[in-house]
Design a protein around this ligand. Structure first.
Ligand code: DAT
Length: 173
């Protein structure tokens, strides 16, 4: 059994995962695990896709690379996919959502190639990540939260922090 919970924070790129995870790590003491960095640093990929400007992830290598750490508990997994992580590792899945006009502006500011920008906007509008989370985990551990404004972010971090506190109480001793 884990003595600390594992949380996935997922959603379309630009939705606010990193910002939320950093705030949460600070307020809860859980460790932020940015999967993007792990993929790069630990070589869990089959090269770089030039059109999409992103790494082609080798999911088996990735899971092998993080398994020992994550199984101990206490991690906030930050990634724009969630279906690869085994159910038994995960206690809460947070799916962040954003208004598509705000997302457009955030991705434009990142200089995303047009094809990648459009794909991500479509993905947000079609609720792809929310559906993936609901298909992959028990309904009661999947939470959808809005990430349009900094007030949203603060209240989300507070709410998830409250959940962590409760989890620790429920699983103490
Ligand atoms: P992600 O990690 O999902 O790609 P991010 O945390 O890097 O997203 O955020 C992308 C940009 O949007 C960044 O400049 C911060 C801003 N942002 C994210 N969530 C926000 C929110 N709820 N309110 C205002 N700005 C936000």
């Amino acid at each position: 059994m884990r003595s600390q919970p594992n949380i996935i924070v997922t959603g379309t790129p630009g939705v606010g995962k990193t910002t939320h995870c950093e705030g949460l790590a600070e307020s809860t003491g859980l460790k932020h695990l940015p999967i993007n960095d792990i993929v790069k640093e630990r070589g869990c990929h089959d090269g770089f896709d030039e059109e999409f400007k992103s790494w082609i992830v080798d999911e088996d290598k990735l899971l092998d690379a993080i398994e020992d750490e994550v199984k101990q508990g206490g991690y906030i997994i930050d990634w724009h996919a969630c279906d690869l992580f085994p159910k038994s590792w995960i206690d809460l899945v947070v799916v962040l959502r954003v208004d598509s006009t705000l997302l457009y502006d955030r991705l434009k500011a990142r200089d995303y190639p047009e094809v990648k920008l459009q794909e991500n906007l479509d993905s947000e509008i079609m609720e792809v990540l929310l559906q993936e989370a609901r298909d992959s985990y028990d309904e009661e551990i999947v939470v959808e939260l809005t990430s349009n404004t900094s007030e949203d972010m603060e209240s989300n971090v507070e709410r998830i922090g409250g959940w962590v506190k409760q989890w620790r109480k429920d699983n103490a001793g």
